[in-house]
Design a protein around this ligand. Structure first.
Ligand code: AIR
Ligand code: ASP
Length: 296
């Protein structure tokens, strides 16, 4: 029973990863591929060594987020392309966090890429390739039975904390976190955990000095230098691991959140405020310690 877990049957094959069963049914092995797709698989290609970079980046960031107080599916990196994770059932709600306008947001609202978004925007999308992952509000997610309100509230709170952490983490690597996508899952004990991956496939990252795109947009938009950009992100993260981060004060963040909830009440239920979940989720306090508190 001891020793390195071995991949058994292929449970699932996605666009960028494969998931294998293990003898221990509480865990699975995720294998990262070099395959790349964009615009819901209308564009396909491969990016040499992408799987190796994404596995390394994701493993590093999930371990750091766990230490920060965010429960994740991550257990350990097994090899260059494989990691061992807890088996979870994925909540079919993608969480998009946007610090600046880019991609589909810039197109949808007719604004320039790079427009600073204050407050930070959190969006839910229905995880459904056949429908191209359409954006939806909280009521839709609940009415379709994709997640319940407490889960969505917890996903929102985690997403805000993860944004605080990752924005500071990428900043020490001279990268600005423009936007990113998260997925969550429910483990065997019923606990919500951050799942999937965080990598240049799932984040927009702009070089602070030049504004150059260092992420999957290089592939999506045929900008060239895709492999080099992914390698450079990994190199910078590795070189800056352990450096002190300029994290927002969590008491301040909590105050702002409370304050904005009060504003929501004044504005009425239909007005989602800054750092409020899409569609508003006031008063559904899924109580948990703030990461900043838990670490002391
Ligand atoms: N994303 C969304 N679906 C799949 C991924 N990887 C990520 C993008 C981008 C953010 O979510 O990589 O960082 C917003 O994407 P978009 O296309 O809605 O602008
Ligand atoms: N990963 C999604 C796709 O393949 C969306 C994207 O990254 O553009 O199509």
């Amino acid at each position: 029973m001891n020793g390195r877990p071995e991949p058994r049957e292929l449970l699932y094959e996605g666009k960028a990863k494969q998931v294998y069963a293990c003898d221990d049914t509480d865990v699975v092995i995720v294998r990262y591929k070099d395959d790349a797709t964009a615009f819901n698989a209308q564009k396909r290609g491969t990016v040499s060594e992408k799987g190796v970079v994404n596995n390394a980046v994701s493993a590093m960031l999930y371990a750091e987020l766990e230490a920060f107080g965010v429960p994740t599916h991550f257990i350990e990196q097994l090899s260059q392309r494989e990691q061992l994770v807890r088996r979870v059932s994925i909540v079919p709600v993608e969480v998009i966090v946007r610090n600046r306008a880019a991609g589909t947001f810039a197109v949808r609202y007719g604004v320039d890429e790079g427009l600073e978004l204050d407050p930070t925007v959190v969006e839910w999308c229905f995880k459904n390739d056949a429908l191209s992952d359409p954006p939806m509000n909280t009521a839709t997610a609940v009415a379709l039975g994709l997640a319940d309100e407490l889960q969505l509230e917890a996903m929102f709170e985690y997403a805000a904390d993860i944004n605080d952490y990752l924005s500071a983490r990428f900043a020490v690597a001279d990268l600005e976190l423009i936007d990113f996508k998260l997925e969550f899952g429910i483990d065997a004990a019923g606990e919500l955990r951050l799942a999937d991956e965080i990598s240049p496939d799932t984040c927009r990252l702009w070089d602070v000095a030049s504004g150059e795109k260092m992420d999957k947009d290089r592939f999506r938009r045929d900008l060239g230098g895709v492999e080099e950009a992914y390698q450079e992100v990994w190199r910078r993260l590795r070189e800056t691991q352990g450096l002190p981060l300029d994290l927002p004060d969590h008491d301040e963040a909590e105050f702002e959140h409370q304050h904005l909830h009060e504003l929501d009440e004044l504005d009425g239920d239909d007005a989602p405020g800054a750092l409020d979940g899409p569609g508003g989720l006031d008063g559904l306090g899924a109580e948990r310690p703030r990461p900043g508190e838990r670490r002391d």
